[in-house]
Design a protein around this ligand. Structure first.
Ligand code: AMP
Ligand code: MG
Length: 408
C-alpha cells in the first residue's frame, strides 16, 4: 500500500491539477458567483447627467442669506423628464430624486427644509447647505470608456447590477464545472423504492449533487452502477466525459471494490488512494489527461455517507472552486470547546459539531454521533471539529480547529 497522505498534502496534490476552466460567454442570469474573465468598460457616463439625490429644490447657493431665501418656482422636474428652463438668480426648480438638474443651479435643498408658500413661491431655510450638496455630477460614478470591473472578479449581486448598468447582458465567465455523480454498489436502490433484504437507499447521490451545486458546480446525477466489472466500466467511461467525476463507494479494499482497477484500465492516473483521516481513509483522486485541454478530475469517495460528505468538503469542493477560479478553501476557524470531550482515534477525525459565535468569538460543541454511516447524527451539526490523532482528554475552553461547511 502506498504511503498515507495527510489531508493538507492531498489537498495540495488536487490543487496542482485544478486550474480555472476556459472562459465562455454566459448570460447575466446564470452569472451569480462566477468569475469574470474579461475587463468590463462602461459604455456611458454615470450618472448620464447632473442628478438630484433628494426630493427638494434645485437652486443657486449664492441666493441664500444664512441659508434663508424666498425663491420663485420656475419649473417642476420628475425623474425621467428633462428640465426646460434655466434657473436664474432668485429662482428655484422643484425636483425629484433622480431627475436631471436644470442649468444655472449648484445645489439641491431637501424638501424638509422648504416651505411652499404658493404654487410660485418657496421659502428655504437650511443654514448648513453648501454648493454641490444633494447632487451627483455627470460621470462622477464612472465615465464612458472607463474599466469598471476587472477580469478575475467574482460576481455578486452588486457586480451583476453594475454589469446591467453598463448594458452588458452577456459576459465572458469561467463556467461551472460539469460534474457527474455516480453511486456504485450492488446493495443500492433508488430512493423512491423500498429496500429489500440487504439493500439500502442511495442517499449519497442526492447529497453529493447538492454539495456540487452549493460549491458552484453543475451536478449531473448518473444514478447507480452495480459492482459488475463490465457495467461499472461503461458507466465510469460515460462519467469521464465530464470535467469532474465523483464516484461514491467501491474504493476500499473489499472484493467488490472494483473502482480503482477500472479507473486504471480507463487511463485514469491515481495520484493518491489513502488519506490519514476519519471518516474516510480510502479516498481516491486521479486525473485523465486530455490532449490540449485541462485534465478531467476523478474522485472516488468512500460509500459511507458521512465519509462522502466530509471528503467532498475537504477535497472535491476545493477542486471545484479552483476550476471556477475562486479561492479554494476549505474554511477553518479556531473555536473554544464548550465542554470536556475525551476522544480517542488513530487518525485525525472530523467530528460533527455545532459551531456558534457568542459575539466575542467561536464556540464549538461536538454532537452525538455513531460514526461514518450515521448521516442522521450529522443533521444537528453545521461544522466538523478537527480532533487530532491519539487519545486526548479535550478540555472545555481549549481551542480547536473547525471545518466550516455551512454559512455561519
Ligand atoms: P463502500 O465504500 O462501497 O465499501 O461502502 C461503504 C458503506 O457505505 C456500505 O455500508 C455501503 O452500503 C454504504 N454506501 C455505499 N454507497 C452508498 C450510497 N450511495 N448511499 C448510501 N450508502 C452507501
Ligand atoms: Mg460498495
Amino acid at each position: 500500500m502506498e504511503a498515507m497522505l495527510s489531508v493538507v498534502e492531498a489537498q495540495k496534490q488536487i490543487l496542482e491539477q485544478a486550474r480555472p476552466l476556459p472562459p465562455r460567454p454566459l448570460a447575466l442570469a446564470a452569472a451569480l458567483g462566477l468569475v469574470l474573465a474579461e475587463d468590463i468598460v462602461s459604455d456611458l457616463d454615470m450618472p448620464p447627467y447632473d442628478k438630484a439625490m433628494m426630493d427638494g429644490f434645485a437652486l443657486r447657493c449664492a441666493d441664500l442669506n444664512d441659508g434663508r431665501a424666498e425663491l420663485t418656482i420656475v419649473e417642476e422636474v420628475m425623474a425621467g423628464q428633462m428640465p426646460q428652463i434655466a434657473v436664474a438668480a432668485g429662482e428655484a426648480t422643484r425636483i425629484m430624486t433622480g431627475a436631471p438638474l436644470p442649468s444655472g443651479v449648484d445645489t439641491v435643498v431637501m424638501s424638509e427644509r422648504c416651505e411652499v408658500l404658493d404654487s410660485r413661491r418657496v421659502a428655504v431655510n437650511d443654514p448648513a447647505l453648501r454648493p454641490g450638496q444633494n447632487l451627483l455630477k455627470r460621470g462622477r460614478e464612472m465615465s464612458e470608456g472607463e474599466v469598471v470591473l476587472r477580469a478575475g472578479t467574482p460576481l455578486r449581486p452588486q457586480e451583476l447590477g453594475l454589469l446591467a448598468a453598463v448594458g452588458r447582458t452577456a459576459v465572458a465567465l469561467v463556467p461551472r464545472p460539469r460534474t457527474a455523480v455516480l453511486a456504485t454498489g450492488d446493495e443500492l436502490v433508488d430512493s423512491d423504492e423500498r429496500p429489500g433484504p440487504g439493500q439500502i437507499r442511495n442517499s449519497n447521490a442526492v447529497m453529493l449533487c447538492a454539495q456540487v451545486q452549493r460549491a458552484g458546480g453543475e451536478p449531473h446525477n448518473l444514478g447507480i452502477a452495480r459492482d459488475a466489472p463490465e457495467e461499472l466500466k461503461q458507466r465510469i467511461a460515460a462519467g469521464l466525459h465530464f470535467d469532474v467525476l465523483i464516484l461514491s463507494g467501491g474504493v476500499s479494499a473489499g472484493q467488490r471494490d472494483l473502482v480503482p482497477s477500472i479507473l486504471a484500465a480507463l487511463g485514469v492516473r491515481a495520484l493518491f488512494h489513502h488519506v490519514a483521516m476519519k471518516p474516510g481513509k480510502p479516498v481516491l483522486f486521479g486525473i485523465l489527461e486530455q490532449a490540449e485541454a485541462l485534465p478531467r478530475l476523478v474522485f472516488g469517495l468512500p460509500g459511507n455517507p458521512v465519509s462522502s460528505l466530509v471528503c467532498f468538503e475537504l477535497f472535491v469542493r476545493p477542486a471545484l472552486r479552483a476550476l471556477l477560479g475562486l479561492e479554494p478553501g476549505p474554511r477553518f476557524v479556531s473555536a473554544l470547546l464548550s465542554q470536556d470531550f475525551p476522544y480517542r482515534s488513530e487518525r485525525p477525525t472530523y467530528h460533527p459539531a455545532r459551531l456558534q459565535s457568542d459575539g466575542t468569538g467561536w464556540r464549538v460543541e461536538p454532537v452525538a454521533w455513531f460514526g461514518s454511516a450515521d448521516l442522521r447524527g450529522v443533521s444537528p451539526a453545521n461544522a466538523f471539529v478537527l480532533l487530532p490523532a491519539g487519545a486526548h482528554h479535550h478540555r472545555a475552553g481549549q481551542t480547536l480547529s473547525v471545518l466550516c461547511v455551512d454559512d455561519v
